[in-house]
Design a protein around this ligand. Structure first.
Ligand code: FES
Ligand code: FES
Length: 151
């Protein structure tokens, strides 16, 4: 059954099998490949998008539970916190292989949107579900701190 999901401010009608995770609707049906597949079981954070403003693992939420919901992906995330995070990511050259980074950025932006002056512990708590095989964790923390000074 086709349902409508608001993705990056645009209503998208999706006709996918019942239970298809949002991640595969984004990547396969809508060809939005900025959101990555890592583990598929809500353990790595690579697939993080915002669902009604909250960081959410798109691999583990059925798209057909989202009729009328607002989804924001890395391709469409805008605003002051998003820009500050992007700038800090570039300034500090955060990514290594880059695979985890769109998920990292989506979690970091959600953190700064709810808490513009996070402590180290706040950053740890908000980012602990985003894994990075290249171990960019310390640079990510510095980038979030730098971004917070620009809000
Ligand atoms: S792919 Fe979704 S949390 Fe790993
Ligand atoms: S930058 Fe390579 S997995 Fe994070």
């Amino acid at each position: 059954m086709a349902i409508t999901i608001n993705i990056n401010g645009k209503n998208e009608t999706v006709d996918a099998a019942a239970g298809t995770p949002l991640l595969w609707v984004l990547r396969d049906h809508l060809k939005m490949t900025g959101t990555k597949f890592g583990c598929g079981v809500a353990q790595c954070g690579a697939c993080t998008v915002h669902l009604d403003g909250e960081p959410t693992r798109s691999c583990s939420i059925p798209h057909d539970a989202l009729d009328g919901a607002k989804v924001t992906t890395i391709e469409g995330k805008e605003g002051k916190a998003a820009q500050a995070i992007r700038d800090a990511w570039v300034d500090l050259n955060v990514p290594q292989c880059g695979y985890c980074q769109s998920g990292q950025i989506m979690s970091a932006v959600a953190l700064l949107e709810s808490n513009p002056t996070p402590t180290d512990q706040d950053i740890y708590d908000a980012m602990s579900g985003n894994l990075c095989r290249c171990a960019t964790y310390m640079t990510i923390r510095r980038a979030i701190k730098q971004a917070s000074t620009r809000l």
